[in-house]
Design a protein around this ligand. Structure first.
Ligand SMILES: Cc1ncc(COP(=O)(O)O)c(C=O)c1O
Length: 411
């Protein structure tokens, strides 16, 4: 215990004595070991009990709280690394990130203040320095997702004089959201006929959310600012085999990449990168009387989200991450090929970035989804007014045969 006992009142109710709140800052090795044991338990061992409906005024103690939450948070969670999980852009995470996430929670560094995070700020800067060159950018910072990365980039674009956001109909909703927040006009365009661009920030999407399609990265050459939303497909840049799919990205003024998608990070982790970072950061920074350094970007207090990413890159290297991406692409191609060869299924297009859109020809997409056993997941989407199933290769452990055979066999 780090603190001397402090009078916190009677913590006994009936026969039970409850935890002294001042013990919370422990650490309690037995309690942490118990948390680890629960984490490593497999199978649905415990019956999930809902959380108390009324706010607890007296605590049940840390171990009891963990035991109450474990069935919900662990057993109750989808296994994103299961062979039948091939549905969303959410990947399984390397175990080393679980450990580092716990470390960062224990130290609770605030990167807003250099004195409370003397080393965590350097770790973030190092990770940015490692990754920015893959995209032809010279720096940037971490954000909790690409929604915030897009908002930050469009904010910098606005400070550079952009008045209008132009993007295609398939761009992510976060682009419209950012335009709305920033008070910028939003105009939907096609890249073959984008109209006047002099006062525009053009958002080019590398990996549509619904289809994985990568828009031409040299589009909108006359725009005041060119932002590439590479939330999904950006990490292809790390793969020697697939990097070419993003050729041209280094001509952008800014790039958003979600690390909690194809960089296999726990949420909430993404990067906003800039071609001219010093200038861009200056344009989205504010001073505050209580701050030792300017607050850059949308967030105020923020944590060491770069640390699990640093651990992943150090543990497995860029080549290791690329191997997970390559494997995911192979799985998508394998599934696509089986669909093309099938007589009852149809595929929309050849997948460009690991997203397969497909459906049965004899029943609706909804009927297919409701016929699936709990072990197999797909998601759904609308593309050009049509319903499609959507299988996203964010899970390098997925089994395309299992997914294919289950869908083919279950009308
Ligand atoms: C193309 C694209 N942009 C932006 C986002 C938003 O990213 P996040 O969910 O990390 O906020 C997504 C999410 O799926 C996306 O697919």
């Amino acid at each position: 215990m780090r603190f001397a006992p402090y009078p916190v009142g009677d913590r006994s109710v009936g026969q039970r004595t409850y935890a002294d709140p001042m013990d919370a800052f422990g650490p309690d090795p037995a309690g942490l070991q118990h948390a680890l044991d629960r984490l490593l338990e497999t199978g649905d061992t415990a019956v999930a009990e809902a959380l108390p409906t009324r706010v607890p005024t007296v605590g049940m103690g840390s171990t009891a709280a963990l035991d109450r939450l474990a069935p919900l948070l662990l057993d109750g969670a989808r296994d994103l690394g299961a062979p039948g999980f091939f549905a969303h852009m959410d990947p399984p995470t390397p175990w080393v990130t679980w450990a580092v996430h716990q470390w960062t929670a224990s130290r609770n560094q605030n990167l807003l203040h250099p004195d409370t995070a003397p080393t965590a700020r350097d770790i973030e800067q190092t990770v940015i320095d490692w990754l920015a060159p893959f995209f032809g950018m010279d720096g940037g910072h971490m954000t909790p997702g690409s929604t915030i990365a897009n908002l930050t980039a469009l904010w910098a674009a606005r400070e550079a004089g952009a008045l209008t956001v132009v993007a295609t109909a398939d761009s992510h909703l976060s682009v419209r959201k950012a335009a709305h927040i920033l008070g910028l006009e939003y105009r939907e365009v096609t890249w073959t006929n984008p109209g006047e661009l002099v006062d525009a920030v053009a958002v080019i999407t590398a990996g549509h959310t619904g289809s994985g399609h990568i828009e031409p990265l040299n589009a909108a050459s006359g725009a005041r600012w060119r932002h590439v939303d590479a939330a999904w497909a950006g990490p292809l840049r790390l793969s020697e085999r697939h990097s070419k799919a993003l050729d041209g990205i280094d001509g952008a003024d800014s790039v958003a990449v979600s690390a909690h998608k194809w960089l296999f990070q726990p949420k909430e982790s993404a990067l906003v990168l800039f071609a001219r970072t010093e200038e861009a950061h200056r344009s989205v920074a504010m001073d505050g009387a209580y701050l030792a350094v300017p607050n850059v970007g949308v967030l105020g207090s923020h944590g060491a989200v770069a640390a699990p990413l640093a651990a992943t890159i150090m543990a497995y290297g860029v080549d290791g991450i690329a191997s997970w991406i390559d494997r995911s692409m192979e799985i998508a191609d394998a599934l696509h090929q089986r669909i093309v060869d099938s007589t009852v299924l149809e595929a929309r297009t050849t997948p460009q970035s690991g997203v397969v859109n497909w459906r049965r020809t004899d029943v609706t997409v909804e009927e297919t989804v409701s016929s699936l056993p709990p072990s197999v997941f797909v998601s759904t989407t609308n593309i050009d007014g049509e319903r499609w199933l959507r299988s996203v290769a964010a899970n390098p452990l997925a089994d395309p045969d299992l997914v294919f055979q289950t869908i083919e066999a279950n009308p």
